[in-house]
Design a protein around this ligand. Structure first.
Ligand code: SF4
Ligand SMILES: [Zn+2]
Ligand SMILES: [Zn+2]
Length: 308
């Protein structure tokens, strides 16, 4: 197995590109793919301040590392979700990465700062944990970016994530979600711009990137993910990819090129109706935003919540 670039011994094969790479040229490939995504979708401009949503997992640490390598100014944001040991150790990986490199990591802790953790909060509000978690993350990322004066929020969604979300949205013809499923969401009415610079890399590649760069990340999955529909969609796409390498890429980028604009009006309808949340001022379609409604129902002392 020889590196496509230098013909030296390869350490990884990337079947989607029908090529093998040595460590140096694989790392370069990862950076080039991120630089291309940033350029093609106008994600970031030089001098802008980026806030990277860091979970302690491979994708968010890889994207933070690559942005810094590419010369961007990027701080991290870690959100403590109060998911038992998983949160304790994911936080430790995020902090270690930042400390070892002298980086700024902003921290928000859901139980301390907002009075609930995801498992008990979701139960109290009668929501699926991932739904309570997703809406909390979106709200708190936006909030932290606004407060810190950041231009853009960066997330570590990779090609596998985006292809799986697209697959789910197509299976159920979620037209409004399809209209918003872009690697860049522009800033508007108090929302910072949101970008996904890893859309050209698969999760096997971000894991290999971390290993080759000596980045320690949390390997275990969030315990709340069990039964999550997206895991099933990922498995289905992996089965197709195994026999037809490149299918995930074609599915996702074909959608962006040829279909996503057809759903723009479906997403636009909701955008029209935004006003400030009566409680926190964040943009929302209702009187009170979904996060404030969740806090109202879920915020009980965590100890008390556990006993319910
Ligand atoms: S799996 Fe669900 S609960 Fe766990 S971090 Fe992801 S969205 Fe949150
Ligand atoms: Zn090489
Ligand atoms: Zn609110």
């Amino acid at each position: 197995m020889k590196c496509r670039v230098c013909k030296g011994p390869a350490v990884i094969d990337v079947r989607r590109h029908n090529a093998n790479f040595c460590a140096e040229h694989f790392l370069r490939l990862c950076r080039d793919q991120v630089a291309k995504a940033i350029k093609d979708f106008s994600m970031l401009a030089p001098g802008e301040r980026a806030l990277v949503a860091v979970s302690g997992g491979k994708d968010s640490l890889a994207v933070w590392d690559i942005l810094l390598e590419l010369g961007y100014q990027a701080d991290g944001l870690y959100l403590g979700l109060g998911i038992g040991d998983y949160s304790d150790s994911s936080g430790a990986f995020a902090r270690a990465f930042a400390t070892e490199r002298g980086l700024t990591l902003v921290e928000v802790d859901l139980p301390t700062d907002h009075g609930f953790d995801i498992p008990t909060g979701a139960r109290a509000a009668r929501r699926a944990p991932c739904s309570a978690c997703g809406l909390s993350k979106r709200h708190l990322f936006d909030d932290a970016a606004r407060q810190g004066g950041y231009d853009v929020v960066v997330t570590g969604h990779n090609l596998d994530d985006e292809a799986a979300v697209l697959f789910g949205n197509v299976l159920h013809w979620q037209a409004d979600y399809l209209g918003r499923q872009l690697p860049v969401l522009p800033a508007r009415d108090g929302f910072p711009r949101k970008v996904k610079p890893l859309v050209r890399l698969g999760e096997r590649e971000t894991a290999a990137y971390c290993v080759l760069r000596g980045i320690d990340y949390i390997v275990e999955e969030c315990p709340m993910a069990a039964g999550n529909k997206h895991l099933g969609y990922k498995e289905a796409l992996n089965a197709i990819e195994a026999t037809s390498p490149g299918t995930k890429h074609d599915f996702y980028f074909g959608f962006l090129d040829r279909a996503s604009h057809r759903f723009a009006d479906d997403a636009g309808a909701e955008r029209e109706a935004l006003g400030p949340c009566a409680t926190c001022g964040a943009p929302t379609t209702g009187e009170v935003c979904a996060f404030c409604r969740l806090v109202e129902r879920a915020a009980v002392p965590v100890e008390l919540g556990r006993r319910r």
